[in-house]
Design a protein around this ligand. Structure first.
Ligand code: MG
Length: 377
């Protein structure tokens, strides 16, 4: 039986993790759950899964909850770290959507826990440190993202030295077929109109700008120890092939399925086993198509390649500025291309620190937020 601590259990990924748990209740015990502020849903989850601990980032809501339930409630920004420090769990599922995810991942690794990672910030901003610590502690990081799960499966049993390139597929996002002018004037609703995958708002905007794909490129570098030159992005609107690995003999191994996040989530929990899944079977009458990404219309992807090449604190700066700007876009305070413009300016004025320590990364993130604020004014 796996003992799970689920960070971000009320979010898009977290609720789908619990869907998998519901399908195989005998295989899991829920030790801890956490939420940013969705206490209503958390309460329902507490009743159903009977965790031993919960975390709530919103301190006011945490105080109210403490009076209503008898189990410990960790509150504030640190709640996820406190959960990661617990003895009782064996697998941390990190699906918080913010930089708060980094520390929790590192704590779990130091305690030699299994880590299933849906939190992008961990590897984008601190990939070098996280992977080094994972290696030192003999911890395997299981990706929950569909693309990285696909790569993991395509690399299984192969010699990593024979990899010619990793090919990461991309649906193209809600603005895939729009002209440059249409993209410039895209509303929040236009950018959220993502059809293939159902995801949270922040990541849906990141999909529309292709910044999300850029993050995934950087994550793939760290997860599979690949230089950026060996990673290719290809637009694949049907989202059936979730990524591929091309080998030195020109063979390409791909992983396919109907798009459903519960599959990579379940595989992260079942590996090395495969369990039955309630996923729609692939319909072979469908055509699969591919296109090169257009960096002219989607320049954020170019920024990610730049950050991936220079590394150091630059990816963290890119990520933090994107975080800030996507918030502004969702609040209707800027246009979608302002996200790119601001990130570019902040990256250009950043003094990159190579081989950063965690403190350097945190400093760079704080600096980037301030710089973004100033530029945005
Ligand atoms: Mg993905």
């Amino acid at each position: 039986m796996k003992k799970l601590a689920i960070l971000g259990s009320t979010g898009n990924v977290g609720t789908q993790v619990l869907d998998v748990v519901d399908k195989y209740p005998e295989k899991f015990k829920i030790i801890a759950l956490s939420t940013n502020g969705n206490v209503e849903l958390l309460k329902k989850q507490i009743e159903k899964y009977q965790p031993l601990y919960v975390g709530v980032a919103d301190t006011e809501k945490a105080e109210i909850l403490k009076k209503e339930i008898s189990i410990p409630v960790f509150s504030g920004e640190e709640n996820n770290i406190q959960i990661a420090k617990l003895e009782e769990y064996d697998t941390l599922i990190n699906s918080v959507v913010s930089l708060a995810g980094i520390d929790a991942t590192l704590v779990a690794i130091e305690r030699k826990k299994n880590v299933a990672l849906a939190n992008k910030e961990t590897l984008v901003s601190a990939g070098e440190i996280v992977m080094r610590k994972a290696k030192e502690n003999g911890v395997q990081i299981m990706p929950i993202d569909s693309e990285h799960s696909a790569l993991f499966q395509c690399l299984n049993g192969e010699d990593i030295k024979t990899v010619h390139q990793l090919v990461i597929t991309c649906s193209g996002g809600a603005l895939r077929d729009k002209t440059k002018e249409e993209i410039e004037n895209a509303s929040v609703e236009d950018a959220l109109g993502h059809k293939t995958w159902s995801m949270g708002k922040k990541i849906t905007i990141d999909s529309a700008t292709l910044m999300n794909k850029g993050f995934e490129v950087i994550e793939a570098m760290w997860l599979y120890d690949m230089p950026i030159e060996k990673i290719k992005v290809v637009i694949h609107p049907e989202s059936i092939i979730h990524s591929m690995v091309e080998y030195s003999d020109a063979s390409i191994i791909a992983q396919l399925s109907d798009p459903d996040m519960r599959l990579p989530i379940q595989y992260a929990l079942s590996y090395p086993e495969r369990w039955d899944a309630p996923i729609k079977r692939f319909d072979f009458s469908k055509n699969l198509t591919f296109k090169e990404p257009d960096l002219e219309r989607f320049p954020c992807l170019g920024l990610a390649f730049w950050a991936a090449k220079d590394l150091g604190t630059l990816p963290a700066v890119m990520n933090a500025t994107n975080d800030f700007m996507v918030g502004k876009f969702l609040d209707g305070e800027c246009k979608i291309l302002d996200i790119y413009e601001t990130i570019k300016k902040v990256m250009e004025s950043h003094k990159n620190v190579k081989n950063p320590k965690l403190e350097d990364i945190k400093n760079a993130i704080n600096w980037a937020r301030e710089e973004a604020k100033n530029i945005f004014k």
